[in-house]
Ligand binder design. Structure first.
Ligand code: AP5
Length: 219
């Protein structure tokens, strides 16, 4: 049976950082809706051209497009045991679809890890973030600097800043999170799936808290 673990939290909470670690620990793919859109933008597909307009101003890409992309991704052979979902779902419609889709694929959402971080820290994290061009490995100028300036420790590729990490766009993304995504915390709490984690701890401590909270949930 497929197991899905969702990482939920505001922009900059550390979803990508923790999802990457968790997917290695669990041996299932890290499925990030934001990364999938960025790949489409890089390849200049029709979906990428559409998504770019929304992402550059910090708005959500429409549900039907996002849902179709995730449905296709979760149906691939490498997701036969499940996935760690990062950035999806982000709206009630996406959450409902995920529940149905998991059932269709003979699986279930096992846990929703909510990373709690106050706004002031989020802005500092996003404006200091650097991401590797080749595979999206994540760094921070102060909290997690690379060993050699401007180069990824893991694959040596160039580190770049995301277009939507400018202060004005970050502020818009936080507003969109409050309006459209924050309500999922209550939704998943009521469903008995929410695991609330203090995301202000150092990266390794957050990872430890996530593993401890997941204990017994994935058997
Ligand atoms: P997406 O790429 O999903 O961005 P996001 O949700 O805004 O989240 P981020 O990737 O910015 O942050 P994160 O929580 O992953 O933090 P990270 O680990 O990188 O989405 C981008 C856009 O795509 C959206 O705005 C929307 O337009 C579109 N989109 C995506 N999904 C969609 C959907 N489902 N529906 C519709 N539209 C969608 O960490 C951030 C920084 O903090 C890094 O520098 C890191 O090194 C540092 N850091 C991490 N953890 C710690 C720690 N514990 N202590 C100190 N620093 C830390």
């Amino acid at each position: 049976m497929r197991s899905y673990v969702v990482l939920l939290g505001p922009p900059g909470a550390g979803k990508g950082t923790q999802a990457s670690r968790l997917s290695q620990r669990l041996g299932v793919p890290h499925v990030s809706s934001g990364d999938l859109f960025r790949e489409h933008i890089k390849s200049q597909t029709d979906l990428g051209k559409l998504a770019e307009g929304y992402m550059s101003c910090g708005q959500l890409v429409p549900d039907e497009v996002t849902i179709a992309m995730i449905r296709e991704r979760l149906s691939r052979a490498d997701s036969a045991q499940g996935a760690v979902l990062d950035g999806f779902p982000r709206t009630p419609a996406q959450a409902d679809t995920l529940g149905r889709l998991a059932g269709e694929l003979d699986g279930a959402v096992r846990a929703v890890v909510y990373l709690r971080v106050p706004d002031a820290k989020l802005v500092e994290r996003l404006t200091g973030r650097w991401t590797c061009r080749a595979q999206g490995h994540i760094y921070h100028s102060r909290n997690h600097p690379p060993k050699a300036a401007g180069r990824c420790d893991l694959d040596g590729s160039e580190l770049i800043q995301r277009d939507d990490d400018k202060v004005e766009t970050v502020t818009r993304r936080l507003g969109v999170y409050r309006e459209q995504t924050e309500k999922l915390i209550e939704h998943y709490r009521n469903a008995g799936l929410l695991l609330e984690i203090d995301g202000t701890q150092p990266e390794l401590a957050v990872a430890g808290s996530v593993m401890a909270a997941l204990k017994g949930r994935l058997d």
